[in-house]
Design a binder for this molecule. Sequence first.
Ligand code: NCD
Length: 325
Amino acid sequence: MTQPEIVKGKGFEKVDRQKFGHDHLLGTKNLNKDEIEIILDLANYYADRLDDKAFKPDILRGNIILSLFFEDSTRTRTSFEMAAKRLGAEWINIDIAHSSVKKGESLLDTVLTLDAMLRPDAIIMRHSEFAAPDFIAGHVNCPVVNAGDSWREHPTQALLDALTIRRHKGKIEGLNIAICGDVAHSRVASSNMDTLVKLGANVRVIAPPLLMPKKLPHDSIQMFTSMEEGLKDCDIVMMLRLQKERMLDAEIPSEESFFADYGLTLERLDMAKPDALVMHPGPMNRNVEIADEVADDPQRSLILNQVRNGVPTRMAVLDLLLKNK
Ligand code: NCD
């Protein structure tokens, strides 16, 4: 089998931005299929041009984008920064670990202080509290982009995952997609289940009973507690990290037993379709949810392609939110 191919789409320079009627990007759940497709088409356009260093659209020159990450991040924050800079915006990152939050300042006071000082054109925010970005969006006069809150939403991750599937499989509709592991505590799973169902995929989740959500966002999503059964006929296998920071002690499985029952090995991957591709939002815990030989398989793993697609996806989101203002 050859390296997963990239299906280049048309993309379009003159996207009808007025059809994207949102002031903020707080989750996927308030986006409809057409709006998701507008983002993906524009992201695809930017993805086709990512290696062209001369391509500097500069459409956000003069805009200030404020980054407020109250939780750790490697890929999400850096790719938002790269996206902002490729579009010509100025990027200001607040180092929360050394900010007045540590002196007991409330979230709202911190944001209002920075808002008064910087007058940002957009705020990119990650927070452990449920719907914190929605709360802040109600108090500032600029678009707020949710870069992940609690276990609830991580919209740009789901969008970049959808872009990655579209570029490597040529479509999303009709694909069998398994989301596996700690589904209950994963905002990536939550936003992905919603997005992929809206785009017409047959979504299933595979998790041990303790890590299975009590409620799924769409009735059509199938639940499996066995990898062997759930992986059958899958086109895409999406793995998740155990989100121990959001688990009660009683829920935390031993890493060895979790890998024995739910780890994605080449042997297990053989139960999916022969051309099935593997995804993981990162950070990966090797040999806990995914074996080295799967994570590093250049023919089967899309993990670094996902990372790469984070930049054009976030360019599309910033473009749509800021050019519409
Ligand atoms: C995820 C996150 O922070 O929600 N990572 C990411 O943004 N790529 C997933 C995780 O932390 O496991």
